[in-house]
Structure formats: structure tokens, C-alpha cells
Design a protein around this ligand. Sequence first.
Ligand code: NAP
Length: 491
Amino acid sequence: MSKLVKNAKGQTLVTLIPGDGIGPECVEAAKKIIDAAGVAIEWEVRHAGESVFKQGIPSGVPQETIDSIKKTRCVLKGPLGTPIGFGEKSANVTLRKLFETYANIRPVRELPGVPTPYSGRGIDLVVVRENVEDLYAGIEHMQTPGVAQCLKLISRKGCEKIVRMAFEFARSEGRKSVACATKSNIMKMTEGTLKRTFEEIAKEYPEIESWHVIIDNACHQLVKKPEQFDVIVTTNMNGDIMSDLTSALIGGLGFAPSANLGSEAAIFEAVHGSAPKYAGKNVINPTAVIGSAVLMLRHLGELAASQAIENALIVTMEDGKFRTGDVVGYESGKACSTTDYTDAIISNLGRASVKYKVRAVKPLVMPTVSTALDTVKPKSRRVLGLDVFIESAELPTVLGPVVEGLLEGSPLKLKMMSNRGTQVYPDKGTLIDCIDQHRCRLLLRDPQAELSDEQIFAVLPKLATRLKWAHLEKLQEFDGQPAYTKAQGED
Ligand code: NAP
């Protein structure tokens, strides 16, 4: 299933990105162990993240790194630091999106020698997170100087890919159930698309139990009774947050590996970030990146080496002679260094735990999904109105009649105005603290007609004589069903 690229010596090419903060220490540990296990890899060291931002490359990912990944199709990377709340985009997200690694696989398992409040309960679950859509598409705009917008784009095709991946991953690991966690009770179209797609595709995997759970309850259940979960498939942001939670259940981010998988390339990295306060101190726990390397070796078909490394890791933890500061406390005097921990794992290659068995896995079958851009084709469609988002500091009781006046003589009428999704005009006597961005829902006066682009282009200049408009959204019907949601309080 993986697109392996070998050099003349028969070694597999892998791009190695050391990353920022603690990244280089973690990646060096993983590389040293892989090399000690005798896997024939030629590492192409390339860079991304903070050092690249500092060179003035705004994407954080230089062309030579892109070229290397395009060649090797496989990456082992350390975490990359991202400026928070301003400036450049995350180089991590950029890498995942540039190579369409649409599935983020984040397994966690109870580990020996890592005491947690859940020890003994046998947590062993995988979060399968959609990786390239949703709010992390990062399509943001300031609609007014004080109102920000982020588009949550979820496609049927993207949902099909991630759902199939979750079931295929469950099959490859012999897992029994897949839960789909969404917020479809509130976001019926975006999150609802994942739920509906899941329910359709689950029928193709009758041997695997499938169920839907609302994401907030999923988090509650994960804290209360995590052992009930096996595989959880979810949308991008939900999965990001949930997988930090699941990491904490088994001892923290130091133990949580991940694989970003796509049809063309795969990127293996820890769930954790660059933890800059520990950078260069030789104290951090490299297990998460080593676990990611185990996933990478599986992907490369190096099953024996991946099992040997996983076994050595487990034996090292079970022996408990070498434990890092995140487990025993950095100031306890009992913590070992990152390099001593790494060397202990290497010395344990060839050993296996009697109690903690490494999971027997079959090769993952990568899902095949239509490559057509439009995978959903309705039999009929119609445009019946327009949502116009306007900037105005006037109260809805003043603004509503103004909009109605501007629409006189037009084929469109004002159905209602909403402020952050709640109807404010016509006034229903509610108590809403309005902001200066309003949505005007305009519908055709003739409910059977079709709204043409010419009519849209004609109405905008009329509105613009008095109002600042920021954003337009067509109101459509597909197969007779409205393709938009109502505002809160809209009848
Ligand atoms: P973080 O780097 O994951 O660190 C949060 C905390 O987790 C640390 O302070 C530490 O906890 C613990 N931790 C993380 N990795 C550890 C390890 N290997 N060993 C032991 N403890 C570990 O999260 P952050 O501080 O929010 O993010 C820092 C930077 O990383 C940001 O720029 C962020 O954007 C970036 N980031 C990158 C990735 C990625 O590259 N995939 C992912 C997430 C974040 P204690 O403080 O309790 O010891």
C-alpha cells in the first residue's frame, strides 16, 4: 500500500525533519533505534518550521523539503513550532495538507511502568482524525474590523475517505468497533455529513460494530470509561482536542505517536509539540516519536523491525530502570536522560514482554475513493435566495426597515435578519447583544422561481447605496431539500 522509493543500495528513502524545540532530540532517538534494528534506510535530512520562518519563508516549508517528500513519499518528523494567534500558518498543517495526508491515526495504549489513574483498565484505542478539512483548512476573514470568520468546510468525499480509513485501520489491527464522534446535533450539515457518511459506509463492514456518539459525550465517556472505545473517527478539530485527552489517559503527550496517511505520502510524528522549555536539556521522553517510527516501519512493510522496536520499548518501560522525568518527576532524582532511555531500548532489542503483547497487524488496505471532484450529483437544484452579510452599527429595528426599503421593486424580499445566527428582525422580543455584522436573508418573492446571477448582481448595487456588504452566500435547494440551515428562532 505504501509507495516505497529505494536507492541503488536497496535502502528505502525517508525524509527526516528534525523540527523545533525538543524535536531534534526525539527524532535522533528514533533514528538511532531504527538504525540499530538494522532497517536499511537512507535519511534525507530536510527542514521546516521555526528556522525556516526565520529565513523569511512564510509557509515554513522550503521547496527543497517539498521536493524531498515528493521523491521519498515518507517522512519522519519532529514537532514544529508555530506562532500562536498571529502571523504565519502552522508548517505542520501545511505539510499535512500539501501532501493530502487526510488521515491522522493516533493510537494510545496502557503502558507498563507508567502509572496513571486508569492503570489496570486496559485502555487501547485509536483516534482516527480527519486531517485536511474542517476549521483547520484555515480559511479565515475579518468580516468587519471586529468580527472574525473561519469557514468549516467538510466534504462528502473527505468524510468517505476518513470513514473508510477508520474501518480499514480497524480491520488491519483486528479491532472490534468504530465509534463516530461528531457535533451533528448542532452543526447538522458539516458534522452531520460525517455522521451520515459513517452510517452509510459502516454497512460495508458488518463484522465491525459501529455507533455514533456526540463529541462532548465522547469526551465525558473517555474520561469515565475509556476502555469502552476501540477506534474513534472524528472531524479535524474534534480529533485534535480529543487526541490530547486520550494521550493524557495513558501517561501524557510523551507517549502518544501518530501517523498522517494519504494515498500519495505519509508523515509520522508525535502528537506533542516542540515543548520549548525542555529543548536541548536531554530530559524529554522520546517514546511518542519512537512510537511514530514504529508506525512508519509498519507502513514501509518492515513488520519484523517495527515489532522488535515496539517490544524493546515495552520491555524497557516494564523493567522500569530507565524512566524519563515526565513519568517520575524531573526533580525526583530518579529520572534518566533521553539518551540513556534510548540506549536502554537499543539494548533491549530482541526481548519481548510476557505480559504486554504487541498487536499482530495485517497490512493496511488504503481506501479507494472516486477521484472525481464532484462525488455528489443531485438530480435537481435551484437557487432561491441569498444571505447577504452586512456591516452596520445600527440596531436591527432600524436596519430591517432600511433593507426592506432598498429591496422595493426587486424580486427579493427580506425574510429575516440574524445576528451571530439568531433572528433579530422581525423582532421577537428577545434579548440579544448585537454586534456590527448582520445576516440579511433574502428570498425570492415568487417561491417557485429561480434566482439568476443577473438578479443577484442587480440587487447588490441597490443594497450598497446605503449598506456595506462583506459576504454573500447563495441559498440553494438540492433535490428539493434546503441546502442551508435556519437561524435560531427563524420560523
Ligand atoms: P507541547 O509542545 O506538546 O507541550 C505541552 C506539554 O506537554 C509540555 O510542556 C510537557 O508537559 C508535555 N510534553 C510534550 N512533549 C513531551 C515529551 N516528549 N516528553 C515529556 N513531556 C512532553 O504543546 P505546546 O506547548 O502547546 O506547543 C509548543 C509548540 O509546539 C507550539 O508552537 C505548537 O504550535 C507546536 N505544536 C506542534 C505540533 C506538531 O509539530 N505536530 C503539535 C502540537 C503543537 P509538562 O509541562 O507538564 O512537563
